[in-house]
Design a protein around this ligand. Structure first.
Ligand SMILES: Nc1ncnc2c1ncn2[C@@H]1O[C@H](COP(=O)(O)OP(=O)(O)OP(=O)(O)O)[C@@H](O)[C@H]1O
Length: 367
């Protein structure tokens, strides 16, 4: 590890919330010009968002939301039609071609389909950006060997991409992206072509790199699972606009935008068992129960609240479903409970939630 050069800010890293952002989108818009029969298309519309330095930050959105366009603005492959994209304070679109080449060396990128050269060995794929930068064979060797060790491929230097698994190919992609000691790593759906277990291994590697090298990672994905597993901050992109953004934990715990809720509901384990879901009604009938999802986090996670709940509500409280989870590295739990939809009980419940800070969401009513 000691051999991997990094560029920490002078005086050591600042907390992510106070340091200047690694990437800043300022009133950014991107309109693709009309061509032939195709009308002009606004892919990004007034994006204002900052990627905190030293974090793993995710941009999530459905297909066509504008994620790839956004990431191409960061490495200068596209220019915004309005606003500015700043990377470490530098306006990307205002750079000359040669300044842009220098800037690109400080921004590594990994791709869904790895983009390795099949005719080159693992070593030579990783060496390529260094060859382009004019480094000597000795310098290249001194740099590539520890990078291959870092990504767990020290024994595969002489192999060709066709001899590697998908996860190993992505590790080569990561080593290549790190070759020029970037301060920012862009990840474009880097785990979308991998199975769930390999995905977790690659995400773990990104976490290690972020932690050990202090590298900021900006990843785009359409998978909430990826956001949940690895990011501390997230922006939700919807039809070219930032629908909401913030700490991943806060966005997951309290989604404000319909798109975020839809993306969250597509996660495995996020919903109620089908049999219960089908029986739920939007309004109660006499004798019905109300089903409520309780979310425990922060101080509410450590208190015996469910035990107190039944006595405070003066009613039976049945547990229907529950899960313990970790979001953005923070633990939380959810519990779905049912109790009588009697107005007096529901009023006592509302007061209980207010007093305890417990987050509660009514899911529906049923017998
Ligand atoms: N070069 C282009 N010319 C015209 N329109 C484009 C161009 N590139 C992208 N678009 C349009 O801009 C919108 C956003 O595309 P973009 O690729 O950024 O979305 P995305 O969120 O990355 O989608 P996906 O997840 O499917 O890759 C889409 O409607 C797309 O058709």
């Amino acid at each position: 590890m000691a051999d991997i050069p990094t560029a920490p800010p002078p005086g050591g890293p600042l907390p992510a919330d106070t340091a200047p952002p690694m990437v800043a989108f300022e009133q950014v818009s991107k309109v693709y010009a009309a061509t032939g029969s195709q009308a002009a298309f606004t892919a990004l519309d007034d994006i204002n968002y900052s990627v905190p330095r030293g974090t793993i930050t995710g941009i999530i959105g459905r297909s066509g939301a504008g994620k790839s366009t956004l990431i191409r603005l960061v490495n200068g492959l596209e220019k915004p039609t309005g606003g500015r994209v700043l990377v470490d304070g530098t306006d990307v679109a205002a750079q000359s071609e040669s300044a842009l080449r220098t800037l690109r060396r400080s921004v590594g990128m990994i791709f869904q389909h790895f983009n390795l050269l099949s005719s080159r060995t693992v070593f030579d794929n990783v060496a390529m950006p260094l060859e382009i930068a004019g480094q000597s064979p000795a310098e290249i060797k001194a740099r590539v060997a520890p990078l291959l060790d870092l990504v767990g491929l020290g024994d595969k230097a002489g192999r060709y991409p066709a001899e590697l698994s998908g996860g190993q190919k992505q590790r080569v992609g990561i080593a290549r992206a790190l070759a020029t000691s970037p301060k920012l790593l862009l990840s474009d759906e880097a785990t979308s072509a991998l199975d769930p277990e390999t995905t977790l291994q690659i995400l773990d590697l990104l976490k290690t790199i972020n932690h050990d090298l202090g590298l900021t990672v900006l990843l785009i994905t359409h998978e909430m699972d990826v956001i949940k597993a690895v990011t501390s901050h997230v922006a939700v992109l919807d039809q070219g606009r930032v629908a909401e953004s913030g700490r991943t934990f806060d966005v997951f715990m309290s989604p404000q935008h319909a798109t975020t809720r839809v993306l969250l509901s597509s996660m495995p384990g996020s919903g109620l068992p089908d049999a219960i879901q089908r029986r739920l009604k939007p309004t109660p009938a006499a004798g019905d129960n109300v089903l409520v999802r309780l979310v425990f986090f922060g101080k509410t996670a450590n208190q015996p609240l469910t035990a107190r709940m039944a006595s405070t509500l003066e009613a039976d409280v049945n547990i229907i479903a529950g899960a313990i989870d970790e979001i953005g590295g923070e633990p939380c739990g959810t519990l779905v409970v049912a109790y009588p939809a009697d107005p007096a009980v529901m009023e006592r419940a509302a007061q209980f939630y207010q007093q305890t800070g417990l987050r509660a969401e009514v899911l529906g009513y049923g017998a």
